[in-house]
Design a protein around this ligand. Sequence first.
Ligand SMILES: Cc1ncc(COP(=O)(O)O)c(C=O)c1O
Length: 568
Amino acid sequence: MRDHIRAGADSEQLQGGLGVDTRLGTHKPGNVARGMDDAGLRQLSIDVDVELKSVARGQYDSSRHWRALFDHLDNAISARRQTIKRIEGQLMVAGGHGHQRHNDPNSNVARGVCHITRMGGEVNEMTTNHEAFLRAKSVIPGGVNSPVRAYGSVGGDPRFMTAAHGAYVTDVEGRDYVDLICTWGPGLLGHAHPQVVEAVQAAAARGLSFGAPTQGETELAEAIHARVPAVEQVRLVSTGTEATMTAIRLARGVTGRDLIVKFAGCYHGHVDALLAQAGSGVATFALPGSAGVTAATAAETIVVPYNDVDAVEAVFAEKGAQIAAVITEPAAANMGVVPPKPGFNKALRRITAEHGALLIFDEVLTGFRVGPAGWWGLERDASVAAGEAVWTPDLFTFGKVVGGGMPVAAVGGPRALMEQLAPLGPVYQAGTLSGNPVAVAAGLTTMQLADAAVYAKVDAVAAQLSAAVDAALDEVGVPHKVQRAGSLFSVFFGEAAARDGVRNYADAQAQDVYRYAPFFHAMLDAGVSLPPSVFEAWFCSTAHDETAVAKIIAAFPAAAKAAASATR
Ligand SMILES: Cc1ncc(COP(=O)(O)O)c(C=O)c1O
């Protein structure tokens, strides 16, 4: 990262290497950085921002200001590594933007100017996660823009992030964590993969949004079709929520029926019709659903236990003619990871087909993450290996990996169904930012890079980590069960989970939830960021190299001990 910043420095400064350039006699506040206490380092941070601010006002002289800035940075390295990281993080973030006077986004001046722009012209004092959270809470409900991020079920201050590269995220205090959230799934290739970032920068330079079709959207649709041939047509949207909302509207539109069947503990985004007994944040906060969903809407959703074919049969026996669709996570990963029982998804296909209802595979989380063709692809391969006929659901929804960390999601299926969407058909669906060219560039590049070797690597990391956490908890006698679905895995605590496994939401809720918070915080203290809820999957990436994996594994024993000594 440091080299990247320095790449734009004057050659004279570069010749000075990492040490202080002794030819700069004028401005050397950085010299006092050595041995500074926290207050001094804060002041140093402010000094750097003031430098940048003078650049923003045009009162700059590159030989003085930029040399002085690097002087600060060099000395801060000796004083405290974490401070330099935070400052570098700011510069890196700023480096992603352009500026009217300095069009080269890699120039130091553009970085500095855009940093000031980003901060709204304010001097950015070093802050703590606690301060950042307090400030956020005053203007953002709960301080977060998605509930699970608030650390509600584990306690403490959420980490406010400033940068993410490879397997690591960096918080406002300059601390690095090995990341097992991977932005809740999209980060299959690790954070800020250079080729993805390059594609995004190139697309942004061509225009942020056109409100008109682009060829990139067609290419992304073709890439999805190539992996999941049953998806003959694709409609791109911006979030998984929009994708599932569109899928159920389409199902209702084509069947002329109102009822939707979903499974307890599955999460399909915050669509009114799909929030009943939902997983993810709804499970984390132990909510039955959401206020604000009308009774009429709730009455049109039938919730059945996951992995329970008999319950599905019973619902269809009673109301089959009114059911538009069954929507399922083909491998559930929003109540912790609960793989389908062998034959469960195939039974859903049979039952829905018998009753003229659609089957929607919500692969927002699993799609292009657990394998090149998502969970459906794994089942297809198993069918082929067993010499059985290949079957497909009617509609798929995708998100997360398909956007490579930017807002892209999709709904797809056979042409006959998809052509029921506007403008060809009567089912209306639209979006100002749908198929956004910058987001599509991230998604398309990610899909192009996600080859067999990527999936093999992520699977291997998941296998190593899940075995290691299992062993660490065994070692201290904490009853638990580690469950995996492809490269997704999570830990359930408790005797029942250890004995019988977790097959549905009732099992997941019955676990010893109280053991997770101390486990989570011990990992965090050791520099590993796990999902802040026991009901979420753990995600890894190709960037989780030996060093990152070793750091995670080294943290497990103390976390396991913390879980062991937890009390209700
Ligand atoms: C299976 C599934 N469907 C839908 C969604 C909603 O996606 P988004 O958060 O992009 O709206 C999620 C989000 O986690 C998900 O896991």
